[in-house]
Design a protein around this ligand. Sequence first.
Ligand code: DC
Length: 212
Amino acid sequence: MIIAIDGPAAAGKGTLARRLAAHLDFAYLDSGLLYRAVAARALGEGVSLDDDQALEALAEALRPADLERPDLRAPAVSEAASRVAALTPVRQALVDFQRSFADSPPGGKGGAVLDGRDIGTVICPYAICKLYITATREVRAKRRWLELRERDPAAIYDRVFNDLVVRDERDETRKDAPLKPAADAVIIDTSALTADAVFAQALAIVEAARPG
Ligand code: DC
C-alpha cells in the first residue's frame, strides 16, 4: 500500500507522514531530502545551480550518506533545493529511486509513505491513498520560523516568510511536476489543527482506503 502525501513547505506533511509510517509500520521517504542532498552537494562542490548536466550527474550519483548530511535544513540549502527541483533532468534522475522505494519498501515493510510535491501526481499516481496537506502562508512561515529559531535565535520572521513565498511560487509554477493536489487527493488544511487532529483525520482516510 502506498500513501502519497504532498503539499507546500511547512504545512505539516513531514510530521504526519512520519507518524503514519510509524503507526502502520510502513517505510517512510521524505523526498524533499533528495533535492536537498543534490543542492547541498552542489553548494559544497562549487557546482553552478545553472549547470543542468552537472546537477543531473550529482542526482544520479546520490548515495545514502548524502541524505544524512547535517546541513540539509539550512536556509541556503532550502533555497538551492527549490532551484534544483525545478530542473527536469534532476527530477528525472530521481524518479526511479522514489518509485522503487514505493513499490518495494525497504525492510520488507507492507507499505510506504512518501511525502513531497509530486508524489500523487507524477511519482506514484497509482497510490491508493493521496493526501494534500496545506495551511496558510502565515501559519507555515510561523512554524518554519519557530523551528529555525531553535537552532538560530537570530532568525527573522519576515525573511522566513519572504523565502517561503519565493519557494512556493517556484514549486507551483515550474514546468515539470508543479506543486498541485492530485485530482483524487483528499485536502487537509492544517492551519487551525493540532498535529494530533491532523493525524486522526489522515488515519481515518487511510483506513477507509486500505484494502480488505
Ligand atoms: O519538502 P522540502 O522543503 O524538504 O523540499 C525541498 C525542495 O524540494 C522544495 O523546494 C520542493 C522540492 N521538492 C520537489 O520539488 N518535489 C518533491 N517531491 C519534494 C521536494
